[in-house]
Design a protein around this ligand. Structure first.
Ligand code: ATP
Ligand code: MG
Ligand code: MG
Ligand code: MG
Length: 464
């Protein structure tokens, strides 16, 4: 079954059970300035859960585009290292706003997996929050999951909260066993972190409201919020272990091989590039542009990481933007906004590629030389130089170093940055009156032609 078919089957199933199909919201959340990116299906429904927003429906379903590359949820460092994490992914979800609760939520999930998708029940494992007897009872006595495939978990993985106060409650998670060929133990055991038992679906039961004193007060109308990764369930349905082996990713990996000249389709860099073209294209579609702070800097970092992987494969010319066509072919039917924004996405990426190409090769030379020393730690001065002079974001340098088993001296990096700032401040005492422009706004004058502070590029202007 193709991923596009699974997406549709999910929405149709929940629509047939009274859920309104709600389109994905953009990656830049409109209702929450504190959130970097939309990172779950529930984000666009936040106010509905809080009872602040009255909607025409009490049940909804969606396939939400998500990015987890910054803020509380950051999977950027997992990409290329696990079989199941992406920076961009689609989250299938069903939601109840004060309507059905645990029993129906669990029944729907189980029926969808075992009847609609025909997944053998014995391949599925579940976890519940350690204190949630109600959910455990439904799984064991109503669904009939054997006790040895249910784990009670005490940690925060199985207790969800929106913030320090507000709605919260226990979760139950469903895992799929990819079989003994893959390393990793079942949920709840010490080696559960592997890729054998993969979490596919998380059901959150919003049951309490935590007040200022930390007390959990029962909500009069508890709600349900669920999320299932489309790429993970596609891997299950396509009998492959890694998300990168599903239809959608294979098309992108082939395109990345074509544009970089890579011969081996299993090369890890191709997976990273395939992941990153999705994140970058959708972020640009949704209005983010590469820049030196906030969302724009996250985007710039992801683009530069992708370019560096192309470089590693031997491609020194701009190639990344050429994958946008392939992505539009793979995902344009589900996301027409991507097709509409295509030309803009291509030109933004191309410009960013050309810009980084000016310093990448030289910077890589500096980095290679530094990594040749016997040290297992890269000195902060070099990391700062790469950042400041060659436009290497800290995480990019750390990623290259990680591939060689070398760590980065973060404290030394911060020190070097601090010294630069102090030099700048001292220099400003001797310069003429003037100012600098930062994002078009005049600020303090530092006395440099161009100065990078915290990733912001400051440019001097003269007064008068
Ligand atoms: P994990 O423990 O594997 O990191 P999670 O518990 O952080 O996942 P949730 O926040 O519960 O994930 O999100 C709901 C579902 O979304 C998960 O069960 C999974 O199927 C999917 N998902 C979460 N993060 C990613 C990701 N980075 N890439 C792809 N799918 C993801
Ligand atoms: Mg996670
Ligand atoms: Mg988890
Ligand atoms: Mg989870």
């Amino acid at each position: 079954m193709k991923s596009s078919e699974i997406r549709q089957k999910f929405l149709d199933y929940f629509a047939s059970h009274g859920h309104t199909i709600v389109p994905s919201s953009p990656l830049v959340p409109g209702n929450d300035p504190t959130l970097l990116f939309t990172n779950a299906g529930m984000v666009q429904f936040k106010d509905a859960f809080l009872g602040r927003d009255n909607r025409a429906y009490v049940r909804a379903t969606s396939s939400q585009r998500c990015v987890r590359a910054g803020g509380k949820h950051n999977d950027l460092e997992n990409v290329g290292y696990t079989a199941r994490h992406h920076t961009f992914f689609e989250m299938l979800g069903n939601f109840s706003f004060g309507d059905y609760f645990k029993r129906n939520a669990i029944q729907y999930a189980w029926e969808f997996l075992t009847k609609e998708l025909n997944i053998p029940a014995e391949k599925l494992w579940v976890t519940v929050y350690v204190e949630d007897d109600e959910a455990a009872d439904i799984w064991l006595n109503e669904i009939g999951v054997p006790a040895d495939r249910l784990a009670r978990i005490a940690g925060s993985d199985n207790f969800w909260q929106m913030g320090d106060t507000g709605p919260c409650g226990p979760c139950t998670e469903i895992f799929y066993d990819h079989g003994p060929d893959v390393a990793g133990g079942p949920p709840g055991t010490a080696d559960a972190d592997g890729d054998r038992y993969i979490e596919i679906w998380n059901l959150v039961f919003m049951q309490y409201n935590r007040d200022e004193s930390g007390t959990l007060n029962p909500l009069p109308k508890p709600s349900v919020d669920t999320g299932m990764g489309l790429e993970r369930i596609s891997a299950v349905m396509q009998h492959v272990h890694s998300n990168y082996d599903i239809d959608l990713f294979q098309d992108l990996i082939k395109a990345a091989a074509r544009e970089t000249g890579a011969k081996d389709l299993a090369n890890n860099s191709l997976k990273v590039i395939a992941d990153h073209i999705r994140a970058c294209s959708f972020l640009i579609t949704d209005g983010v542009i590469p820049g030196n702070e906030g969302r724009g800097y996250v985007l710039r970092r992801i683009i530069r990481r992708a370019i560096r992987h192309g470089y590693k494969l031997g491609q020194k010319q701009p190639f990344f933007h050429l994958l946008v066509e392939d992505l539009a072919k793979a995902m344009g039917v589900a996301y027409p906004e991507l097709v509409e924004a295509k030309e803009r996405v291509i030109s933004v990426l191309k410009q960013e590629e050309e810009r980084f190409a000016e310093t990448l090769e030289h910077g890589m030379g500096v980095l290679e030389t530094a990594m040749k020393s016997e040290d297992k730690m890269l000195d902060g001065e070099t990391v700062f130089k790469l950042y400041d002079t060659f436009g290497f974001p800290l995480d990019l340098t750390a990623d290259v170093a990680r591939e060689r088993g070398i760590t980065v001296d973060f404290a030394g990096f911060q020190n070097a940055m601090q010294m630069q700032r102090e030099r700048a401040r001292a220099a400003s005492k001797f310069t003429m009156k003037g100012g600098v422009e930062f994002d078009g706004q005049a600020t303090e004058f530092f006395g440099y032609d161009t100065l990078h502070v915290d990733g912001h590029i400051l440019a001097i202007y003269k007064e008068g």
